[in-house]
Structures are given as C-alpha cells and as structure tokens.
Design a protein around this ligand. Sequence first.
Ligand SMILES: [Cu+2]
Length: 148
Amino acid sequence: MRKRIGALALAALVAAGCSDGDTSTAVDDARVVKITMLDNRYEPSEVTVQKGQAVTFEFTNKGTVNHEALVGDEQAQADHAEEMKRSASGGHGDMEGMDHAGAEGVITVEPGKSDSITTTFDDSGSFLIGCHVPLHYEQGMKATVTVT
Ligand SMILES: [Cu+2]
C-alpha cells in the first residue's frame, strides 16, 4: 500500500515536471527546425516555435565559410557581438566565459557540416538567431524566432 502511494506520487511529480502547463499529456522528442546557412543568411529567416517545448535547431552550412548561430534575444546578440569584437582586438579573454553564460547557446559550423542547438523558450515573444562572424550579422545573417 505504501509503495503504491509512493509510485503514484512520483508519477504525478514527473507528469507535472514534463507537461509544464501544456495541453498534451506527454512531451515527446524535441521539435526539429532545420535551418540552412548560406553566405550570408539563414534559410528560412523566420520560424515559429511553441513556448515550453524543447526545440532543436539543426543547422547545415551550405556556404563557403564558417558560420555561427547564436540563439537569444537582442541583448544576447549585442553582448556576443561585443565579445567577438573584443576577442578580435585581443581583449580580455577572461571575460568570455561570463558573457557566454547569458546566451542560450552558440555554435560555429564549418562549410558542409551540420550542428544543432536544443533550447526551450520559457517565455513567448521574439528572439533571434544570429551569426557573429565579422559583418555577417550586419549583412543580415539573422533569423527571427517567434515564440507563441
Ligand atoms: Cu555567417
């Protein structure tokens, strides 16, 4: 009897942790969003994902140079851009770890390679994926992530 109650309580706890207010009873594998990296843009440049659902952004670099992908809000993009400038100009290396902590995730993908970032957006709103290889972001290498 005691064992059974314990198991039920545990099951309820797990269910609560997974569903997170979602209408579905079980959250399966992360949703996969495929994004192609080109010189210098992302294809597609707009994606929509659901709040609270794990999303795997799968990047394939079909361009001819390395491309980055940083998932985060405007502030995270600005912070990372600043960090790239600092490291390019031989700035303080000890700051890098701190700045990265504020970003959802950043990867660098070589031409012909693929890599992915899995993240869960806890809030709805507008986020960005940006490439901060010098001048790419300025040239429009960014994608909008709308979280609903
Ligand atoms: Cu790029």
